[in-house]
Ligand binder design. Structure first.
Ligand SMILES: C[S@@+](CC[C@H](N)C(=O)[O-])C[C@H]1O[C@@H](n2cnc3c(N)ncnc32)[C@H](O)[C@@H]1O
Length: 221
């Protein structure tokens, strides 16, 4: 896979078979911080006035969303339980070439590198605040006894992978979200809004990351 430098200087991967980057060309780091951290996790923590969160990510990929979330949780003393679903886990060597460790304090990058291979096999303690599991499975085969506070929905775009945005997939993943839980994604379409409303979510259009006017945040009733 080719490495691409995005507009904010952070790197991403181009997936030739899918025909899409893993992150926005307008800025991988900016997109992750805006869509998932600020509009997802920070929104949830403020709304529920809590200092712990369980996050389910659909499409763990390079781990960028995890690393930036871990940095935030370390800085704000938030207990983080993070589970990423990933059908095609990337080798650690590929992830290392993206140099995401340069975006966060050194210990967080090292903790992630140590934890990632173990987290692919089982729930793993990353450090005293954080645990990580990367469920190596197709999203429709994912199962968990846990209920999560926030879903980071980071699938490839619907034009490339429509099945990830289908009612069937959305119904399946949102089963794992607690009432009052927050679902965020970088996109917003009529189909997505209709599907989330039908699942009993309150939907909000939030300002999008650079290069996108709007994104979707949905709260489970
Ligand atoms: C847009 S990329 C995710 C980017 C990722 N969040 C990151 O920060 O690197 C979409 C991810 O979904 C994964 N994926 C594709 N089809 C899937 C499926 N059916 N089940 C689970 N994961 C899938 C891909 O392998 C890819 O890593």
């Amino acid at each position: 896979m080719d490495i691409v430098v995005t507009a904010d200087g952070s790197r991403t991967l181009y997936h030739a078979a899918v025909g899409e980057n893993y992150h926005s060309k307008h800025g991988a780091e900016q997109e992750s911080k805006h869509v998932f951290l600020k509009s997802g996790l920070q929104f949830f923590l403020t709304k529920d006035k809590v200092s712990k969160a369980a996050i389910l990510e659909v499409g763990f990929g390079t781990g960028l969303n995890f690393i930036l979330t871990a940095e935030y949780c370390m800085a704000h003393n938030i207990q983080l339980d993070y589970c990423g679903i990933e059908a095609y886990p990337l080798p650690l060597e590929t992830i290392s070439q993206l140099q995401y460790s340069d975006l966060v304090p050194e210990n967080i990058g090292l903790d992630f590198q140590n934890a990632y291979p173990k987290a692919l096999l089982q729930e793993t303690v990353v450090n005293h605040n954080i645990q990580l599991q990367v469920a190596h499975t197709l999203v429709m085969d994912f199962n968990s006894s846990k209920q999560f506070d926030v879903i980071y929905f980071d699938a490839f775009a619907a034009v490339h992978q429509p099945e990830m945005w289908s009612e069937e997939t959305l119904t399946h993943v949102t089963k794992f979200l607690k009432p009052g839980g927050v679902f965020v994604t970088y996109a917003i379409t009529g189909n997505l809004k209709r599907a989330m409303k039908a699942l009993g979510f309150t939907i909000e259009k939030a300002p999008g990351a650079p290069g996108k006017r709007e994104m979707l945040r949905a709260i489970k009733l």
